[in-house]
Design a protein around this ligand. Structure first.
Ligand SMILES: [Zn+2]
Length: 118
């Protein structure tokens, strides 16, 4: 269990789960195909990016739902302003969490044995 949490944390920190040293991203939104340290392929199959997108979409929607509920109940912000505020915050959260969602998906692939050294 501790191993699983550690590997998921490595993914969130955008670090290769196989060698625990290589960086997954070379720029803000461009993921390395291979780990620069151990050479493992992060997303081996075509379409693997959709796993990270699904994680990002799920967590962003959850964020919007919880934030909207809390702000709608606990504050007196008018509905129009609340919708605009939530829209901007949700879009920002989705963009900021995109890399981490893909890193998390890569960790899940590693845990399921879909990432392995050649
Ligand atoms: Zn590596």
């Amino acid at each position: 269990m501790l191993r699983i949490l550690r590997i998921l944390l490595l993914g969130l920190l955008l670090t290769c789960p196989a060698c625990r040293h290589g960086r997954m991203f070379r720029s803000l939104f461009v993921m390395n195909v291979r780990c620069p340290v151990c050479g493992v392929i992060f997303e081996r199959d075509a379409g693997e990016v959709t796993g990270g997108m699904a994680i990002n979409m799920t967590l962003t929607s959850t964020f919007a739902l919880v934030a909207g509920g809390v702000l709608g109940i606990a504050t007196d912000i008018p509905a129009g302003e609340l919708i605009v505020l939530l829209g901007l915050a949700t879009a920002g959260f989705g963009m900021l969490f995109y890399r981490h969602a893909r890193g998390l998906w890569t960790s899940i692939l590693y845990l399921t044995g879909s990432i392995f050294e050649d």
